[in-house]
Design a protein. Sequence first.
Length: 260
Amino acid sequence: MEVRLDGRTAIITGASKGLGLAMAREFAASGANVAILARGAEALAAARAIASEGAFGRVETFQCDVSKADDIARTFDAVIAAFGRVDILVNNAGVSRAMPSGQITDAIWQEDLDLKLFAAIRLSRLAWPGMQERQWGRIIFVLNTGAKAPRANGAPTAVSRAAGMALMKVLANEGAPHGILVNGLLVGLIDSDQHARRHRNEGSNVSYDEFRKKLAANVPLGRIGRAEEFAAMACFLCSDHAGFTTGAAINMDGGASPVV
């Protein structure tokens, strides 16, 4: 089965590295035009070069801080000016933050909600009318397995991601009559920049491969996931092959989550 997104235009937030970049590359290779959104200009330039390798769609980058409403509005207009439409929205921006609840200040709560929840609310609201008019759309929420199974010291991320999962389900129910399919992908242990940084910061005396094996000790599949595997699932969900899938919160965690 070949998954194609020819003729579609996708916005992917937080796409200058990690899972976002892997999705940008996969979508572009599948024929989609891709708008990569991120904050850093240098990282965006590098991301465009990577995502354009083997691309059948056009790749453009847009410097945007999605935690800011004005930035979102300006950037969405720029994407429409560049591509004429938005068929696919991937709400991926965010960082993992976890700490004891008593240490989370109002400012930290607000920052987390602005980046992970309100950004998705605002972008979905902007993309919705065009999707509804064309009776076709795909929205992916990149969440975290903590949204279903929050742990002690898992806030603020577990809370903001749980709210994102609820929003995903609401939009899925509202979008179904209009051909707008909305799903969530819940990240478990998937190889990313944050694991490489953690390996460096801890001054580990083991190789990165050994470090990853240690991280995966409680993963039934016995390893951490690859960004390319995550990107392939996102691409599939945005294709016509997944035309009967909406409102699903899919764990991408190698079977580690206690909640299905």
